[in-house]
Each structure stands twice: as C-alpha cells, then as structure tokens.
Design a protein around this ligand. Structure first.
Ligand code: C5P
Length: 228
C-alpha cells in the first residue's frame, strides 16, 4: 500500500493572539508549517504530502514551495472544523488513493515532527488491521474540576495518554469513520466511534503542538537543539 500524508492547515489559530493563522507564524525564519512539511516530504516511506488549506488562504502563495514539489500538493478545500478539513482532503484525493492505502494525518501546528516519529509509526503499524497514533503517557497528576473549580476527583493517570499526530489509518476506514462522526478533535476518535481500537505508539514530548505563544519558543529550542 501507499502512504499519503494529509496536513490540515485551515485553522485560524485564535488562541495565539496573532494577526495571521498560526501555521504561518515565523519559526527559525520560516513559516511554522514548512518544518513539518519538509520532514514529511523527506520521509522515504511517504509517497505524497497533501496540505489542506482554507479556501480563502492568502498566505500560502507568498512563499516558495518549489523545493518540496512535486511530492507536496496544496489543496484549497479546508472546512470549518479540523475534521471537516481532513474529510475534504480525503475526498479530494479519492482518485489517487486506494481503499487499503495508509493516510497519515499530521497537524500543521506540530513543527517538531522528527524522521524517527514517522519511521516508528509506519513500521509498528505496517501489519495492523486498524492503524493508530503517536502519543505520550501523561506525566502530571490529573484532576477533574466541578463547576466552581473545586477538585471533584483525581483521575488515575496510569492508563492515560496524550494523543499526538501523525495518526495513521487506512484510507477507506478513515473516510467512512469521519463521514459518520463529525464532532471529533482527532482522527482516532472517529475510528473509535466506529467501534475500532487504534493502537498507541509511544512518541515523545518534542512533538509538541503549538497552541500558545510559549509553545513557539519551546519549538524553536527543540529544533535548534536537535542533532543531525
Ligand atoms: O486549533 P488546533 O491546534 O486544534 O488545530 C490543529 C490543526 O488543525 C492545525 O494544523 C489547524 O490548522 C488545523 N485545522 C484545520 N481546519 C480547521 C481547524 C483547524 O485544518 N477548520
């Protein structure tokens, strides 16, 4: 089977308090999104990388992407939610993808994706029926709050993981799952809602999601201190 990457990048980044969508914020002299796209394009396992932009994206054309083409293909068909964006991308590549091909969905907002993250995910899931996702075990003690912000419960953390991306599923399984479950914040939830059990593949904390301004500084530190 082939491996296609889909990178949803049609969000507005409202929590970043910035004038442009967060995927385009500068990180080491490049728009943030370029880091993950370059890593995905360089991965020998991946056949093609589709980046799903909003219909009215005004930033993409300002940068030069020729060094990542033709493996990198921009599609201007993003939707109002992340799940809508991913589903629009899956529909757009229907002519190219076969049912059993793998799709790796990766957040534009996770710029520190490393080659070994992709290698490990692809290798460990290669013979899996369903697929799975990168994650890390939760380190903090977790509290459930009541409506007054008093602690209502302490949640046992030993079986809890933070979901990351890429999340890797078969094309047809992912498409059907997303057609059936639109209110999800990641692909795995849609697969779970379809009654299947994605596997957790242990990644590491360097694959952080940039949500708040501090995260951008952390990402810069991680990229600057990475070997190779
Ligand atoms: O906002 P959040 O950090 O959860 O977004 C995760 C990813 O989903 C980002 O890469 C963002 O650009 C993308 N997204 C999207 N379409 C939306 C909302 C978010 O592609 N409508």
């Amino acid at each position: 089977p082939k491996h296609f990457a889909i990178v949803p990048a049609a969000g507005s980044g409202a929590r970043m308090a910035s004038d442009r969508p967060k995927q385009y914020l500068p990180l080491l002299g490049q728009p943030m999104i370029r880091h993950a796209l370059a890593t995905l394009c360089a991965a020998p396992e991946i056949d093609k990388v589709f980046v799903i932009l909003s219909v009215g994206d005004a930033e993409w054309a300002r940068y030069d992407w020729r060094d990542l083409e033709p493996k990198l293909v921009p599609l201007f068909c993003g939707g109002p939610t992340r799940a809508d964006t991913v589903l629009a991308g899956l529909r757009a590549i229907a002519g190219e993808a076969s049912a059993a091909d793998w799709v790796l969905v990766h957040d534009a907002a996770r710029p520190c994706l490393a080659p070994w993250h992709i290698d490990k995910l692809v290798r460990e899931l290669a013979h899996d029926e369903v697929g799975g996702l990168l994650g890390v075990q939760v380190a903090d003690t977790l509290k459930r709050a009541d409506e007054h912000r008093h602690v209502a419960a302490t949640v046992p953390r030993d079986s809890l993981w933070q979901a990351q991306t890429p999340q890797m599923f078969r094309y047809i399984m992912l498409r059907r799952a997303l057609e059936g479950a639109r209110n999800v914040t990641d692909e795995a939830s849609a697969i779970e809602a379809a009654g299947l059990r994605p596997r957790l593949i242990e990644g590491d904390a360097t694959n952080l999601k940039v949500t708040y301004p501090l995260d951008l500084h952390l990402a810069e530190w991680i990229l600057n201190n990475r070997e190779g």
